[in-house]
Design a protein around this ligand. Structure first.
Ligand code: NIG
Ligand code: FE
Length: 413
């Protein structure tokens, strides 16, 4: 077979698997397969072969020498809000001065501030402002991403956000999954019951009509949407073909995990405030507990009790939560380091959490999340590194040297 691309002499192919499990949980998460001194071959955008260097094919259109470097599958980021109109560094300064995230939100800042800005610009303008963030995450090693709406809060603006998210997928090499998050906050000019009616009766059908969302999400939190409201919204979403994922237990024991389990959500995300009861409930379910370590770090919240959850046999995913308020970074290498430093995950557990488990909860495990024959050739070649653990250890150092999406070298500079 004539290969399009051959990456050879790699110090190690990381996350190499002949076949992939449905997800990794508990003690399995500590096992990260690395094939030393190896090659990987690509054709038509897919991984078609890999093995020990001594067995490497000799012919390929393009050859890349990866001596001293690791080759990784791209990260899969299963939770972002990267379509937004403007940054919110003024709130960052308020928080430094002691105002809390909840106080900022209650004063009309936060999500409502982002919504006001987004409502005032066109779809094209929103696309133009969001694309640099898509390029930024590609350059930091993400190959597939979930993007939520939730800064529109009107039928037409939620649709505008989701169209932009879809267009980002169409115009970059990123694989994009979209989530309708109309229930992110109640607009200032509406009552809660009226807004709920708008979500249930108008937004969900309109989003479904254009097939704009793969999933539905709700910010289940005190001061935002209650447990019962969350359940009725996601059940309506399911009727229109959108599977649930839930913003759960970020600022309080909101009942979000209970709803996630009851509604068979694909994931429950945040979990800074979960207790033993929620951990028990998650056992034996297919709901992916997802930690967003930069959001916890940025807001000064406790980190989810990941070691306790792993000891209980649960899986863990980690994602960026890229958004202008609580997590102004889409860097998965940063999440990888924070998961190790702040949540005491080993490098192997954290990398599994950011590839296999995020791909699993985005229903992308057939094509993403590992170096496996037949999967997309979404690959990262690192700079020279003495060991795999060196990567998360070098927090703040850009250890990525080259990126390939669908077998093509990405170079935006
Ligand atoms: O995931 N928690 C709710 N939504 C976002 C923050 C949104 C914002 O502050 O703009 C989050 O942290
Ligand atoms: Fe979020």
């Amino acid at each position: 077979m004539a290969f399009d691309l051959l990456i050879e002499n790699s110090k190690g192919l990381v996350q190499v698997r002949d076949s992939t499990p449905t997800f990794l949980s508990g003690s399995e998460m500590g096992n990260l397969p690395i094939l030393p001194n190896a090659y990987v071959a690509v054709k038509d955008g897919l991984i078609v072969d890999y093995g020990r260097q001594e067995d490497a094919p000799s012919e390929a259109t393009q050859k890349v020498d990866a001596s001293g470097r690791f080759v990784l599958p791209s990260f899969v980021d299963s939770h972002t809000h990267l379509v937004f109109a403007a940054s919110r560094e003024e709130e960052f300064v308020m928080k430094i001065k002691g105002v809390s995230y909840e106080e900022i939100a209650a004063a009309g800042g936060g999500i409502l501030n982002s919504a006001k800005k987004l409502q005032s610009i066109s779809e094209q303008e929103l696309f133009d402002r969001s694309m640099p963030r898509a390029i930024e995450i590609i350059q930091s090693g993400t190959g597939a991403v979930e993007i939520k709406s939730g800064y529109g809060l009107t039928v037409k603006d939620e649709i505008k956000m989701l169209r932009v998210a879809r267009k980002i997928g169409a115009e970059t090499g990123l694989t994009v999954k979209t989530t309708f998050l109309g229930a992110h906050a109640v607009p200032r000019e509406m009552t809660k019951p009226n807004y709920l009616r708008l979500i249930l009766e108008e937004m969900i059908p309109a989003v479904a009509e254009e097939k704009l969302a793969d999933y539905i999400d709700v910010f289940c939190e005190e001061g935002f949407f209650s447990r019962d409201e969350t359940l009725s919204i996601v059940e309506q979403g399911k009727k229109f073909g959108m599977k649930p994922r839930i913003h759960a237990n970020q600022l309080s024991r909101s009942g979000g995990v209970q709803v996630g389990v009851a509604a068979h959500a694909l994931s429950v995300d945040h979990l800074e405030n979960i207790g033993d009861e929620e951990i028990e409930l998650l056992k034996g379910t297919q709901v992916m507990p997802t930690a967003l370590p930069f959001a916890a770090f940025f807001l000064g919240l406790p980190f989810p009790p990941v070691r306790k959850m792993l000891n209980a046999g649960l899986p863990i995913a980690i994602a960026s939560d890229y958004n202008p308020g609580s997590s102004p970074s889409g860097s998965m290498p940063l999440m990888f380091s924070l998961a190790c430093i702040k949540m005491k995950m080993t490098p192997e557990e954290a990398f599994n959490a950011a590839t296999i488990n995020t791909a699993s909860c985005l229903e992308l495990l057939g094509s993403h999340g590992s170096i496996t024959k037949g999967k997309k050739a979404n690959l990262i070649i690192t700079k020279p590194a003495p060991s795999f653990a060196y990567l998360p250890y070098r927090l703040g150092y850009d250890w990525i040297d080259q990126i390939f999406l669908n077998g093509k070298r990405i170079n935006y500079t």
